[in-house]
Write a protein that binds this ligand. Structure first.
Ligand code: AKG
Length: 284
């Protein structure tokens, strides 16, 4: 008897928040249709095209593990808020993704900030990335039942099973915490984030996933955006890239998410201050 392949739920962007969160809680990931309008995708791609042209596939880290993780024929680059105002307006401040993040990360801390905004363009012939969990970036903070990070993979071009759509193991967010670095998977346990450009897969920091193999002759253009609770250090040092003059042109919430604001823990702790004041005061 043939087993049906698992599938992620695909919901519209105007689905009630409670239903989006229920799908996320059940499967560990949910595809949201039209998270970005056609115009937003076009504006982001236009703004990032110089980055695509300049970027060389593969990792420059010189570290074998990272080079394998990044993929030899995958183009990645960050600093998206410095390259694209459309990224800020439509992805960083995306109303659906941020509403989901508000709900999911509220049990980890009083606020969150950008972990990374990253182009992930998978080239023809690229093998599948090893399966992993995003929360393993912060091993000391991982705890069963607590989400510390939430991610969205925005499709900037159509994602298909053939061109490397992200592979996930639905339900794996409920497996015991611990480091996952490459595990065997069977076809009857994985789902693919196959989706048209403009859609996005919102996924838990605990779900086991990785970029799929690209067996096509085209590129798969993805843009990963993730948030992390405000008391943890993000992967990307955003305020070292988005300078104060540029930050001054952005909406206040975008500035806060990019590290130009301070963290006020429930209970009174205050961190990331400037001379005892909230970093946001720099813009008064
Ligand atoms: O490119 C993808 O589909 C997923 C990549 C990923 O999970 C990562 O690099 O952390």
């Amino acid at each position: 008897m043939m087993c049906a392949m698992p599938e992620l739920q695909v919901l519209d962007r105007d689905t009630p928040l409670a239903d989006l969160l229920a799908a996320l809680a059940r499967d560990g990931g949910v595809i949201v249709r039209d998270l970005l309008s056609e115009g937003a995708v076009r504006a982001i791609v236009d703004d990032l095209s110089a980055g695509f042209d300049a970027a060389v596939p593969g990792s420059k880290s010189g570290m074998e593990l990272w080079e394998t993780f990044h993929g030899p024929n995958t183009v990645r680059f960050c600093g998206l808020a410095a390259r694209s105002r459309a990224f800020v307006d439509h992805a960083l401040l995306n109303p659906v993704f941020t509403a989901m993040t508000d709900a999911v990360l509220s049990s980890a801390g009083a606020d969150y900030w950008l972990n990374t905004g990253q182009v992930m363009a998978v080239g023809p012939g690229e093998p599948a990335q090893y399966m992993h969990r995003d929360e393993n970036n912060w091993p000391e903070a991982v705890a069963d039942g607590r989400e510390i990070t939430l991610s969205c993979m925005f499709a900037l071009s159509d994602f298909t099973v053939e061109n490397g759509a992200t592979v996930v193991i639905p339900g794996s967010q409920r497996r015991p915490s611990g480091l996952i670095r490459g595990i065997e998977t069977s076809p009857d346990e994985v789902a693919y984030a196959a989706m048209p450009a403009g859609s996005g897969m919102v996924y838990s920091g605990k779900i086991i996933h990785g970029a799929g193999e690209n067996t096509s002759d085209g590129w798969r253009y993805g843009m990963h955006v993730s948030f992390v609770t405000g008391w943890l250090r993000p992967e990307e040092a955003s305020p070292l890239v988005i300078d104060r003059d540029l930050a001054a042109t952005l909406p206040e919430r975008a500035r806060q998410l990019l590290g130009w604001g301070s963290y006020h823990a429930d209970g009174g702790g205050r961190t990331w201050l400037v001379d005892f004041e909230d970093a946001g005061r720099l813009f008064d």
